[in-house]
Design a protein around this ligand. Sequence first.
Ligand SMILES: [Zn+2]
Ligand SMILES: [Zn+2]
Ligand SMILES: [Zn+2]
Length: 286
Amino acid sequence: MSQGVVRGSCLCGSVRWRVERALESMTHCHCSMCRKSHGAPFATYVNARAASFRWLQGEAQVVSYRASALGPRCFCGQCGSIVPGPDVEGERQSLPAGGLEGALATEPVAHIFVASKAAWYPLPDDGLPRFDAFMPEQRGESLEREVEASSEPGWVRGSCLCGASAFELASGGWTLMQCHCSRCRRARSAAHGGNLFAAAERFRWIRGEAGLRLYRLPEAERFGQAFCTRCGSSMPRNSPFGFVVPAGSLDGDPGIVERRHIFVGSKAPWFTIADTFPQFEALPPR
Ligand SMILES: [Zn+2]
Ligand SMILES: [Zn+2]
Ligand SMILES: [Zn+2]
């Protein structure tokens, strides 16, 4: 494919990398581990040969967490963005597409792990093939993060990938905000964020709140990211609009009744919105 270099960075900018094209097998992954790690409805990854990848800065700040027998999941210890990580053999580097800059000269080729898709995410028909687990040419076992049950009916559990932190939401009536702004894409290292905004009475911590770190973007009025310092998963944080809950961390269906795409003016060039939910260039009108 085309020549050239693609650069990427985390939300806080302290970890930076570059990779030479060609990028291979770009896929949207719906597995429960990706959803929790990224806090998003699904994750999007591209692969590159290890020799074509280089850290430019901040490698010492990269924390790795091994959730499975496959390669480690890596994240920025300061801001929680998911950053590239090696495969088991060390031959390839897996790059979360949300952290990459500009057009990539490649496009998603499939949805994988569709059998593990979030029950609350209606996967639209975008013409891409779907696979229950890996694509046939990919190797690896099917991977699942065990699902946590809520402590009582009427609530749904959410937890980070490693299980150190957990929370609950009251079921029903939720609006999913799928945000395409560059900050959300960087923070979640995904095509877009997917957040629920919870009033205090509909949200409660179950465990591990003290093990989370909150990163606040200095130039922003209120943008930040809370993440598990052990596994890097995005977790809820308090804000003037209530608790911002990354839907990918949910272990069950919270009862979403409305969905919006916001900041579509900043959408990733490689991502196509294929559903018919309302779209807003930036914030929706009040
Ligand atoms: Zn960072
Ligand atoms: Zn996955
Ligand atoms: Zn964790």
